[in-house]
Design a protein around this ligand. Structure first.
Ligand code: SF4
Length: 476
């Protein structure tokens, strides 16, 4: 559940994690550091790196940004040619240090480290069953459940144990497991979270997003398929399809909001997808009677690509009407409403000379609670904008996400309670339009998407989370 601090800090929905892995590349810790740096947008609450020097695994992790835990001294302690790393945004499990990843599993049968992105929807049931059979958990994250599932298998090779373990998991997962001499990268059968592989020198790197490959000079990249495990050892890579009951349900929010614009997911560049969603919004406006605005402004940073698309299609000038202050410290977390509002003003500024007297077409990627949109519109109007029309590059979010995104309740979602006209009134816009699901799919040129938070059609069983949702719907 999104608490007030997290909401203030981010003002948007947030994803849980970024994963980076290295197999057989010199100075794997430094490479992982650079990779995680490119994934820092996926989680800022904790980070960790585990390395293997082929004999033993060492792990360092801590709370805060990557730079809060790692420097040249800490990285020197992490020797080896294999590594797994993690940046975390704590939703499932909370932000206690026990939940910070990579999670280390140490036993007489061998040691391994796991970095995971996503959310296991049947983690509670699995955990209860394992606790009843004597397992003891250190923390509350679902990643530890994966570790126990692998560890509890008595028979077979490590590869066979992973294959057996993943058969029990339901939900969204993309994770890396590293042993002293090999590494595995695994994606769930619905492909809900992204994970790609690239070649670096004689070795390999794995990343939640392809934007991290550029910084480490990764080549020949490819996506891990849904239901697939990639094994990395000194013989090269081996692709193992652990189930054929697969479908392609990539999280639509990866394209809309989470991923960096320079990443490509399933062959689609994120910037291009957002730009096409902006073009689609303008096309619809033109078809429905024209556009009454002077300039197009995007909400920085994730909506700038869609704003460029809207400007291209509409012929209106694209302007920098809002500026993001990149140096607002994470420590600026204040408890009162007034202080929080000042915080939004510190994060975003309206450019008075640009917006004064103008009718603005404001492009944003999504609306969650509506309060951030209302404050941005207020900023623009206080700076002299005569009208603010809002266009959203995604459908209205009406349902919670159970796959590793921090909207676990409908109560947090304004569009679960209000239609577009009511939301428009609440955020004090002069007009408001969302993309419909088919329009978004047409813009992104793919139907291989999870759109559950827009229509409530979840691609997996939800176990007790489904019961919670039903209860919430019954009480509305
Ligand atoms: S429910 Fe929404 S946020 Fe969650 S995985 Fe599906 S598309 Fe993404």
């Amino acid at each position: 559940m999104l608490d007030e601090k997290q909401y203030f800090l981010n003002g948007k929905i947030n994803e849980e994690c970024g994963v980076f892995g290295v197999f057989n590349v010199k100075d794997a810790a430094a490479l992982t550091y650079f990779g995680l740096h490119a994934l820092q947008h996926r989680g800022q609450e904790a980070s960790g790196i585990a390395t293997s020097n082929k004999k033993e695994i060492k792990c360092i992790k801590g709370k805060g940004l990557l730079t809060d835990t790692f420097n040249s001294q800490t990285l020197k302690q992490l020797k080896g040619v294999h590594a797994v790393g993690h940046v975390r945004y704590s939703t499932a499990g909370g932000n206690e240090i026990e939940n910070v990843q990579p999670i280390m599993v140490r036993s007489h049968k061998g040691h391994f480290a796991i970095s995971h992105n996503g959310n296991i929807v049947n983690a509670k049931e699995l955990k209860e069953e394992m606790e009843n059979n004597g397992s003891i958990f250190q923390g509350t994250s679902d990643t530890e459940v994966i570790g126990h599932l692998i560890q509890r298998e008595r028979e077979g090779t490590f590869e066979e144990k992973i294959i057996k373990a993943v058969q029990h998991l339901e939900g969204a997962f993309a994770f890396c497991v590293m042993r002293e001499n090999c590494m595995y990268a695994v994606r769930d059968k619905n492909g809900l979270r992204p994970m790609s592989v690239a070649k670096v020198d004689d070795g390999w790197v794995v990343s939640s997003e392809s934007c991290a490959f550029d910084i480490v000079n990764g080549k020949d990249e490819f996506d891990i398929e849904p239901g697939q495990i990639i094994k990395f050892d000194y013989d090269g890579i081996k692709k193992i399809q652990y189930t054929d009951k697969t479908q392609k349900k990539m999280c639509a929010m990866e394209y809309i909001y989470f991923s960096r614009p320079d990443s490509s997911i399933e062959g689609i560049n994120v910037h291009t997808a957002r730009r096409l969603s902006g073009r689609m919004l303008a096309k619809i406006d033109k078809e429905q009677g024209g556009i009454e605005a002077d300039i197009v402004v995007g909400v920085p940073d994730s909506s700038l690509s869609a704003a460029i698309g809207y400007a291209e299609e509409s012929g209106l000038p694209y302007e920098l009407g809002l500026i993001k202050n990149r140096y607002v410290g994470r420590t600026f977390i204040q408890p009162t409403q007034k202080q929080r509002e000042r915080g939004v003003r510190m994060k975003l500024s309206a450019v008075r000379d640009i917006v004064k007297g103008k009718r603005i077409m404001l492009i944003d990627d999504s609306i969650v609670r509506g309060t951030t949109s209302r404050r941005i519109i207020q900023l623009l109007k206080e700076a002299g904008a005569s009208e603010v029309h809002v266009r959203i590059g995604s459908p209205a979010i009406t349902h919670p996400c159970f796959y590793g995104v921090d909207t676990s309740s409908r109560k947090e979602l304004i569009s679960a309670k209000m239609d577009a006209n009511e939301v428009c009134e609440f955020i004090q816009a002069d007009s408001l339009k969302f993309l419909e699901i088919p329009e978004m799919m047409e813009a992104f040129e793919t139907e291989d998407l999870c759109v559950a938070c827009f229509n409530g059609k979840y691609p997996t069983d939800l176990y007790d989370l489904g019961e919670q949702l039903e209860e919430e719907l019954a009480n509305e």
